[in-house]
Design a protein. Structure first.
Length: 206
């Protein structure tokens, strides 16, 4: 395998190909037969779905809550470092599960990828899936004529190229995540300025 043109100078060596069935455990969310309308409650455990997959992370607005006191839902708990995918529709949408989402549940419209290889960095995996070329590859392997769809078998047979060492993966991921944080902060400031201007317009013009 080859190495990228841009690289942190302290690292060397060819990047390596890793297949998901070798480095991860993949699971689809609970379907209607497992999760019933009566399980949705006013206060308990949040469950995320496609609409909660934001560009900078899981969106915390309008989260449905599910009673997860039954053992049948325990295997659908998310852990920090999991990556969740849209299973239908916009199949190239994904998010990394952060500490604040640890223990939440994921819906039947999502797939969960959990790395099982200690030499693979979850943050690097998440950033890799933000790459337009990788997004295109994900869309190209989806099935369905009317609506794109992914399943566990498709993702198991998906592969990505990783740096040979976890420290290099981590440094790349941390650098890109810092950029994401700046983008998110600037977006928040921009939205605040827009609201401020809107308020001024309403007061300055009759």
């Amino acid at each position: 395998m080859t190495a990228p043109r841009l690289r942190f100078k302290e690292f060397s060596g060819a990047w390596v190909e890793k297949w998901f069935y070798e480095i991860s455990d993949i699971k689809s969310g609970p379907f209607d037969s497992t999760l019933h309308e009566a399980d949705y409650v006013l206060s308990d455990t949040p469950i995320i779905s496609v609409e909660h997959l934001g560009e900078q992370g899981v969106v915390h607005q309008n989260l449905p809550l599910v009673s997860d006191d039954k053992a049948r839902l325990k295997s659908y708990h998310l852990k920090e470092g999991d990556v969740v995918f849209s299973r239908v529709g916009s199949v190239d949408r994904s998010c990394l599960i952060r500490p604040k989402e640890n223990g939440w549940l994921f819906s039947g419209r999502l797939l969960r990828v959990r790395l099982t290889n200690d030499n693979a960095c979850p943050k690097f995996l998440n950033q890799n899936f933000k790459n337009d070329l990788v997004k295109y590859r994900v869309r190209s392997v989806a099935v369905g004529q009317t609506m794109a769809s992914l399943n566990t078998e498709i993702l198991k047979n998906f592969h990505l190229i990783f740096p040979p060492s976890k420290p290099e993966q981590t440094k790349i991921a941390n650098f890109l995540t810092a950029l994401d944080d700046k983008i998110s902060l600037n977006q928040t400031q921009l939205n605040a300025l827009k609201r401020y201007k809107k308020g001024l317009l309403q007061q300055l013009f009759v």
